[in-house]
Write a protein that binds this ligand. Structure first.
Ligand code: ASP
Length: 312
């Protein structure tokens, strides 16, 4: 039994309004990576940890997701990215905050996990650590896309709150500001891992840190369960969302635990979703928003979805 599940962010209000022109490309990215990495998990070539790392790297490279190239712009118009990763069997973890020169922030987090200490680095020091370890660095400008510039300009013109422009002009802005990415996996040896990466929220204030790089909030993995969250990060931090799911799952079903976490973040403005897999081979992808980009590979069967429907 092997499982790989991914998300590409949750968001939006009201009923599902159908795909935008850019959505097929997002689905295609998820299908391709699930088929490639799923098969390699299945034949034992990849560990759960390497599978979630490569899944997130593939989504960081897809400019239509809000991670790596194509991340959203902060209040000053710059990109600062957060990422974290955790290995279930020994709860080893790595995280980076506010990096701006890495092609793959998740690979720096992975490197920290492998080295074991420290767990978390921020800003220029995290970027420099990546370079020192031979990981790919890019010009900050390379990370910026026209779509994100347009979203930022609109946010600026409206003097909006961070992330609040979601969905109000799909023709130009697509699913604005969403697209945090994450992955959870169960490998052939029964090992679990989780990873999450994001540019945060459009117009976020300088220095703002969401839940994504915070172990226990946006990402968690232990021997029983692996979790990656997406949504308004502050509420996921305030409820220790990902770790709470693991705690509830000691006495409740995976689905009940996931639903309980989403119910808990809701009163704090924390609309969003999550993906989780357990050691028994169950996988859930609940969300309370209009949509959550998501995909699963379960023993060779691939399913992807955005709104309420899923597709083969
Ligand atoms: N959780 C991310 C953050 O708050 C954003 C998202 O998932 O959409 O930075």
């Amino acid at each position: 039994m092997v499982i790989l599940a991914v998300h590409g962010g949750a968001g939006g209000d009201g009923p599902w309004r159908g795909m935008t022109d850019a959505d097929p490309q997002r689905l295609n990215c998820m299908r391709l990576l699930l088929s490639d990495l799923g098969a390699r998990l299945n034949n034992g070539e990849l560990s759960a940890l390497e599978a979630v790392t490569q899944a997130v790297e593939a989504m960081e490279d897809e400019a239509l997701f809000n991670a790596g190239r194509g991340s959203v712009l902060d209040a000053s118009g710059a990109i600062t990215m957060d990422a974290s990763i955790m290995r279930g069997e020994d709860q080893a973890a790595g995280a980076v905050v506010g990096v701006s020169k890495a092609r793959h922030p998740i690979r720096i987090a992975h490197q920290l996990l492998e080295e074991g200490w420290p767990v978390m680095l921020n800003g220029e020091a995290a970027d420099a650590y990546g370079v020192a370890k031979g990981l790919e660095a890019v010009e900050p400008e390379w990370l910026v896309t026209e779509l994100r510039r347009a979203q930022w300009a609109k946010w600026k013109a409206n003097k909006s709150a961070p992330g609040s422009t979601d969905e109000d002009d799909e023709a130009m802005l697509d699913h604005d500001g969403m697209g945090t990415v994450g992955a959870v996996a169960l490998d052939r040896k029964g090992r679990l891992a989780a990873a999450t990466s994001t540019g945060g929220m459009t117009g976020k204030p300088d220095g703002r840190i969401g839940d994504t790089p915070i172990i226990g909030a946006g990402t968690w993995a232990d021997k029983d369960v692996a979790v990656s969250c997406t949504g308004v990060g502050e509420a996921f931090i305030r409820t220790c969302a990902a770790r709470s799911l693991a705690a509830y799952h000691t006495s409740e079903s995976l689905l009940e635990s996931g639903q309980r976490v989403l119910d808990e973040v809701a009163p704090y403005g924390g609309r969003g979703g999550l993906i989780a897999v357990n050691a028994s081979g169950e996988v859930i992808v609940p969300f309370q928003t209009m949509l959550m980009y998501r995909g699963t590979y379960v023993n060779g069967a691939i399913e992807v979805g955005i709104g309420p429907q899923t597709y083969d």
